[in-house]
Design a protein around this ligand. Structure first.
Ligand SMILES: [Zn+2]
Length: 211
């Protein structure tokens, strides 16, 4: 029927995976608590623009924090490195959004990931999925960086891996020191990337890229 639309907060027959089963119950519980925060702020929950907000926030939290649920870990298909490829594989400019553990507001930016394969290689798009999985939870940029390389080391057993993350933290921009546009860079190094020559090959490549 023309003009028919589904209310955003109505349960749709096919909920996204993070709102199924336990996820739905958690979203409802978060909504109750968020309503209490809003009442504490003396917001009028009867206002049409606020009325559905607790439910919306509950569902959104389950979405942006879906990396907390182990079952959302990306399925990583590895391929045997039959060609014996032994050069560096670099995936640059993977954008990510995360939420700061300390303040529960976003930090976001770009991840650059490199590894040197041994027996196994991974589909390039999977590297982005790994970053996304670990970003979708309350995080510290340092820990996110470490988790990405650890995952690669564990699953691929490469000769080495490295990640560089550049991010803006809204907890530094919207509040606190109020410094707009400051970029925080973190890196994590494993295996052969401890070798300065190997590391330079990667960082030089990043340096050439105008950001
Ligand atoms: Zn923070």
């Amino acid at each position: 029927m023309a003009g028919y639309y589904v209310e955003e907060d109505e349960a749709s027959p096919q909920e996204p995976p993070w709102l199924q089963g336990e996820g739905r119950l958690k979203a409802e519980r978060i909504a109750e608590h968020f309503a209490e925060i809003m009442r504490t702020l003396e917001l009028d929950l009867e206002d049409p623009h606020l009325h559905q907000t607790p439910a919306r926030v509950g569902r959104m939290y389950m979405e942006i924090f879906r990396g907390l649920q182990r079952e959302h870990e990306p399925a990583i298909t590895c391929f045997p490195n039959d060609e014996g490829y032994s050069n560096m594989v670099i995936v640059k400019d993977i954008s990510f959004f995360s939420v700061c553990s300390h303040h529960m507001i976003p930090f976001f930016g770009c991840a650059h990931v490199a590894y040197i394969p041994q027996h196994r290689i991974v589909g390039i798009s999977k590297v982005a999925r790994i970053v996304d999985f670990y970003a979708r939870r309350p995080q510290l940029q340092e820990r996110l960086t470490e988790q990405v390389v650890d995952f690669l080391m564990e699953r691929l057993e490469p000769l080495g891996a490295m990640a560089v993350l550049e991010a803006r933290h809204l907890c530094m921009e919207m509040r606190g020191v109020g410094k707009t546009g400051a970029v925080t860079t973190t890196s994590a190094i494993r295996g052969c990337f401890h070798d300065k020559g190997v590391r330079n090959e990667f960082t030089e490549l990043l340096g050439k890229h105008d950001r």
